[in-house]
Design a binder for this molecule. Structure first.
Ligand SMILES: Nc1ncnc2c1ncn2[C@@H]1O[C@H](COP(=O)(O)OP(=O)(O)OP(=O)(O)O)[C@@H](O)[C@H]1O
Ligand SMILES: [Mg+2]
Length: 435
């Protein structure tokens, strides 16, 4: 009875798009023009509030969006639950009333109400509420039955700045949503300098900053509202927090966001800046796969070694993949792939070439590199990473290295890093000269 409505796209097309049950003329007058703007028939704005809605809906099909006035209800919560009994699943309910009480608001939301507008409200507030309701109707569904596949969570960590971790994260998220048709969340945890939204030509909105400021508000509904939609299957949570606003979080918000995303989406791709894992190691707790990205540089090798070692201690359950990015032709990189592999003591899983043409085109179009360069080497390698991540999630791939399974050999971390310098050709030459 008290079960929240679980709106679903299924069957939505056979219903009326909208109906309203309003107690007073002034409110009906505010709703009418906005309703007309939305292309909904104004005759569906009925007189009488919640009670009338319950009566009508007990004998007729529920609309996609239902607007109910609670002003004449002595016990709104109880009456809302009566409405839940007659209202079919799939209807998004917006309520309005005269009681300005945050507890009532919370209780109504917990009962499955999408929004509560305090009367008198204006046309803009109404438009915003309708836009949210439509986004909920069209968006990825909490509780929507999905194919029986385990959730996939992958974190992309750049071993150094600027190695292309965010480029890869956005592309992977797009690939899961587009080629694989899996509902996907891109969570960009570079709170001040995130590019998740920008790279998909979106405004980041305040969702992530709101979540950090009020972690208590994070729930399924919050996720639906706060995330920006890139396409039918891809939603983004990203921020461009002001530089004057230091990040004040114990990490709880990020952890909770991950949890809600796991419930609402099939895949979560996290753009995870390396300083965030130092600050909030528990972020790794539920991460299935990690892609560590580096360029073929000495410092890149050093920090891949350090990150792999850290993952072994802090995320022993995670499947760890190493991807080289922005790799130029032989002879143009600081290290060779072979030297890189011998220093990190494992194989590199993926090599993405340097391709300024595809990357520039993607930036100009505001599209992910994987989409613009679908058939390029960059695109094909990104697809290979995506396939491997999904295979791991679906349980069909045993080839990745679980962080803890990599034998530490007997060489200490300091020794590994210390011996790196000998890999640089110029240093080798210098050393030879001195000898
Ligand atoms: N394969 C590639 N070829 C050429 N340029 C690339 C490639 N991949 C990424 N880039 C470019 O490298 C730059 C850095 O990429 P990106 O912002 O994704 O890196 P990052 O690791 O997320 O950086 P930050 O440390 O700032 O978060 C961008 O200009 C991007 O377009
Ligand atoms: Mg980045």
């Amino acid at each position: 009875m008290n079960a929240p409505w679980s709106p679903s796209r299924h069957g939505a097309t056979t219903r009326d798009p909208f109906s309203a049950y309003i107690c007073d003329d002034a409110t009906a007058d505010t709703i009418r023009p906005v309703c007309a703007e939305m292309g909904w028939p104004v005759e569906k704005i009925n007189k009488g509030g919640l009670r009338n809605a319950v009566q009508s809906l007990s004998v007729s099909a529920s609309p996609n969006i239902l607007f109910v006035d609670l002003s004449e209800s002595g016990d709104p919560l109880n009456d809302i639950n009566a409405l839940a009994e007659v209202c079919e699943p799939g209807t998004v309910v917006i309520a309005a009333g005269e009681v300005n009480d945050v507890r009532l608001y919370r209780d109504l939301v917990a009962s499955g109400i999408q929004d509560y507008l305090l009367k008198p409200f204006n046309a803009d507030q109404l438009r915003e509420a309708f836009a949210h309701a439509q986004a909920v109707l069209n968006g990825p569904r909490h509780n929507e039955p999905v194919a029986d596949r385990p959730h996939m969570t992958a974190a992309i960590i750049g071993a150094r700045g600027g190695v292309g971790a965010s480029t890869i994260a956005a592309s992977l998220a797009w690939l899961f949503s587009d080629s694989q048709k899996r509902s996907t969340a891109l969570l960009d945890l570079d709170v001040h300098f995130g590019t998740g939204a920008l790279s998909l030509d979106l405004e980041p909105g305040r969702g992530l900053t709101d979540a950090i400021e009020n972690p208590g508000r994070i729930d399924g509904l919050f996720i639906e509202r706060a995330m920006v939609r890139a396409n039918d299957k891809l939603s983004v949570l990203s921020a461009e927090a002001p530089m004057s606003q230091p990040l004040l979080s114990d990490g709880g918000a990020f952890y909770q966001l991950q949890e809600e995303m796991r419930a609402a989406f099939e895949c979560t791709v996290i753009d995870l800046p390396r300083h965030m894992v130092i600050q909030h190691p528990h972020l790794m707790n539920e991460i299935q796969s990690v892609v560590v990205v580096s360029e073929l540089t000495l410092v890149g090798a050093r920090d891949v070694i350090r990150i792999l070692s850290w993952l072994k201690a802090n995320a022993p359950h995670s499947n760890v993949l190493v991807a080289l990015n922005r790799v130029g032709p032989n002879g143009t990189t600081e290290l060779t792939k072979k030297d890189f592999e011998s220093s990190i003591e494992r194989k590199v899983d993926f090599v993405i070439p340097f391709d300024s043409k595809v990357v520039c085109q993607a930036a100009k179009l505001g599209k992910p590199v994987a989409e613009v360069g679908k058939t390029s080497k960059v695109g094909l390698e990104l697809q290979a990473i995506g396939t491997r991540l999904l295979l791991t999630a679906d349980g069909g791939d045993e080839s990745g290295e679980v962080a803890a399974s990599k034998a530490g050999k007997s060489v200490s971390l300091a020794d590994k890093i210390g011996s790196l310098r000998s890999l640089l050709p110029s240093k080798k030459a210098k050393a030879d000269q001195v000898a």
